[in-house]
Design a protein around this ligand. Structure first.
Ligand code: CA
Length: 231
């Protein structure tokens, strides 16, 4: 399997240079030119590394990073920044970046750091915990908790919860959920999903407020529905 890198950079020339250079090195590379597109791509896919520019139109790099880490993902992030003030580097690293590179940089140096981060990720066990707020599932032990209280789920309920935890803030249609959790096509009639969501909510809500919300005619979303836009 190839190594997937997301390049988040609004300056066209730098972006082209990075995308082309990394592809020539055999990486699978996608590009986002603004912070919102980047967040969308990060939510929707699995990435081995993110090259993240600090200054971006819309949501800035720091914001994208905060959202990524807030969703419990430990995808390695290499910050690209024109800022070389110590305070800014510290802020980036404190915000969850794994490394940074000040512009302008030599491609060879970028490549060396990319390789180092990918190697480091390979050495460390992949994160086996998915969380959202006080809800937590340890994928190794299959232990689920909310606010520290153990939760007992059936295998399907747990698979459904993990799917939600992996896509926080995203509107998940019935079709998409069926496809991933049941590995079958939604027949448009069955209420299997509704029944599972109901059980999941009942167990989760013993220890806190609702986290899985219904969006009529659209599906379900994990998180605060007030923050869900028109996507
Ligand atoms: Ca920029």
């Amino acid at each position: 399997m190839g190594i997937r890198i997301l390049v988040v950079e609004d300056e066209v020339e730098i972006a082209d240079f990075l995308v082309r250079g990394l592809r020539e090195e055999g990486f699978i590379v996608e590009h986002a030119a603004d912070g919102d597109t980047a967040s969308h791509l990060l939510d929707g896919g699995s990435w081995d590394l993110v090259l993240l520019d600090w200054w971006l139109p819309g949501r800035d790099g720091m914001d994208v990073l905060r959202k990524l880490r807030g969703s419990g993902r430990d995808t390695p992030v290499l910050f690209l920044t024109a800022r070389d003030a110590v305070a800014d580097r510290v802020r980036g690293l404190d915000g969850g970046a794994d490394d940074y590179l000040c512009k302008p940089f030599a491609f060879d140096e970028l490549l060396a750091r990319v390789r180092a981060l990918v190697r480091r990720r390979d050495r460390e066990a992949p994160s086996a915990v998915v969380t959202h707020g006080d809800v937590r599932v340890d994928l190794t032990t299959q232990r689920a908790t909310r606010d520290g209280h153990p939760l007992e789920f059936t295998a399907k309920e747990q698979a459904l919860l993990v799917f939600f935890l992996r896509h926080p803030g995203q509107v998940l249609s019935r079709t998409r959920i069926y496809d991933h959790v049941w590995d079958e096509q939604y027949d448009g009639v069955s209420n299997t999903l509704e029944v599972h969501v109901m059980e999941l909510r009942r167990k989760l809500e013993v220890h806190g407020p609702r986290v899985i919300h219904t969006l009529r005619g659209r599906g379900y979303v994990l998180g605060d529905p007030a923050t869900i836009g028109g996507n």
